[in-house]
Design a protein around this ligand. Sequence first.
Ligand code: C2E
Ligand code: CA
Ligand code: CA
Length: 663
Amino acid sequence: MTAATHAGSLAALGQRPPRLVLRVVVYSALTLGIGAATLLVFLRQFERGRAEHAAMLEASVVTQTVVDRLVPGDLRGASEPARRRQLDRLFRARVLDGETLAAAIARPDGRLVYATGPSLAGQRLASAEKLRAALRGTVESEQVAVPSADGGAKVLRTYAPFRLAGGATGVFVVDRRYAPIASAAKRAAIAVAAVLELALLALWLCLIPIMRTVTRRINRQLETIAHLALHDELTGSPNRTEFGSRLDEVLQREGRGRCAVLFIDLDRFKDVNDTLGHERGNELLRLVAGRIRDALGPRERMARLGGDEFAVLSETAVEPESAVALAQRVRASVAEPCEIAGMSIELRASVGIALAPRHGTTRDELLRRADIAMYAAKQDGPPRVFTEELDDRSPVRLAVTGELRRALERRELVVFFQPQVDLRTGAVRGVEALVRWQHPVRGLLGPHEFLTAVEHAGLSRTLTRYVLDESLRQLRGWKEEGRDLGLAVNVSARDLADARFPAEVAEALARHGVDPAALELEVTEDVLMSDGVRGGRRLEQLVEHGVRVAIDDFGVGYSSLGQLRSLPAQVLKIDRSFVARMGTSASDAAIVRSIIGLAHQLGLDVVAEGVESPAHVAWLREAGCDAAQGFLLGRPQPHGAGLTAAAQDMVVAQAIPLRRAFA
Ligand code: C2E
Ligand code: CA
Ligand code: CA
């Protein structure tokens, strides 16, 4: 998968890749910005506190250097001018510097007994509380605004306690200019903040490449998911969803919407899967997908719809002729031999075509109709374009199709047996195998309810194989118990279209140790008459194996009695509709009589179906019919694999009274 197909997948799902990098970068930048500002404020506060503390300590240390020069008299106040000058000199030398504006000595009662400058002189101290605290022994400080030459200044006023040698206590009050303290704090804060914020910035910058990698990876994964949602994992082809949206796109295109939908189904693919195994089957599917893709032009797309079904959408082959030509091309490319595991396998595909807008203007309609045409193509071979006559699918049949494969795997299909009675002796001469579906929900289903679905699902061959196998096993069981019966099995057109069928039948007979002469294959009249079956020589081959062929449902089709001559059959079964009308319609009775006569002339055995009353038996016997089958003589009955004697008797017992009656 390339990045380009990825982007396409996401776009096709109507989604855009998330812009993770941008989002994370913006959000993290905002968060970092707020964090940095908070940090700066906090640091300034912190540094200011530290600077104030340092200034306060400095003031207290400096003042302590003058303590030993003080005398108790200095605390009494109103010193001599000479002593004042001495103190002035002392303070100027040791305490006052550029940043210390003024200093003073306070007595415990708060009175200033000495001050270096006017700012403190004569003041009662603003904060008696700080003074008291200082007297208890701690150095205190506070910010105070003082009048100054240029209108007013902020100072840090420190209260530092002292004790003279004699025991008298007092407090030094020192005013230092606040501006230098504040700017020192600011400088320190900015320096620290700068380092921290640079680190944060570096971290943030590291995030960008990481986020880009993460985004790229997430996008890739999103694309993969999108791709998987729209593509078939096995072959990498677009899947049904993707095909549907492409089809929608074409159909909705302004003023156009002309296209062809080809529904492609591989013939007998299940058999290939069963014989070669799933691995090889998958390999074949991949190969076929590639072949179909290669057979297409630039404005044609293919998809795998599931299983062995593919579809093609063409915007160029929009007329029946061109669409059929395209279908032929696809079939030809599929038909080329495939080399799998050292074997050469030839696959065939059936293709149905629906054209828009002629056969539909929605995706469902077109796919459904192409599907219907495909089923029709399965019977004849060449690609079929949809026609209204083909559309006779009932919802039940559609619902049933999906369950069939599972039914076969779970052995839900069971074989019932209906006796055929020899009208001369009254003995059961054989049984006809009739399939049923023991459906887990819908109960016991008759063949009419699911045979078409079997055919549409391409399972006819599998079903016949199954029924043949089950009933031959049963026949063998009866034989071992001393009951020598014939077996009639219904086969479909699909069986006879398969070149391997005669060999398969011979193999099944050999496997169960059953004499070929005991087996009769029932083929309906219309299938027998179809060109494929007559040309295929399958029936002749079967007859050569010793198997008998019965013409089933004779009379409902359109074959004339004259055509009977050319058919390789040994038995003729008169359809039950004739038998039912024999009693009421003189002409039907006459027809039956002449069918029996002609069949006998051609050496055919005649079996009448649908015998429901003793009158039928009497009439048929009188007309020379060889055998009869019907509810009167025995209904179809089930037999499991491990057949009991009592169960066998159910089939045979119903003929016993007859045998007596005829004896
Ligand atoms: P069919 O070959 O003509 O089979 C005879 C059908 O007539 C059976 O219906 C049977 O139950 C019914 N029948 C028997 N006696 C009477 C009677 O006295 N009166 C009436 N009204 N009907 C009677 P079923 O079993 O429903 O089978 C229907 C058709 O399904 C069969 O017609 C046959 O064409 C097809 N079929 C059944 N089993 C298989 C099978 O294993 N493979 C294939 N390919 N087709 C099968
Ligand atoms: Ca039959
Ligand atoms: Ca029949």
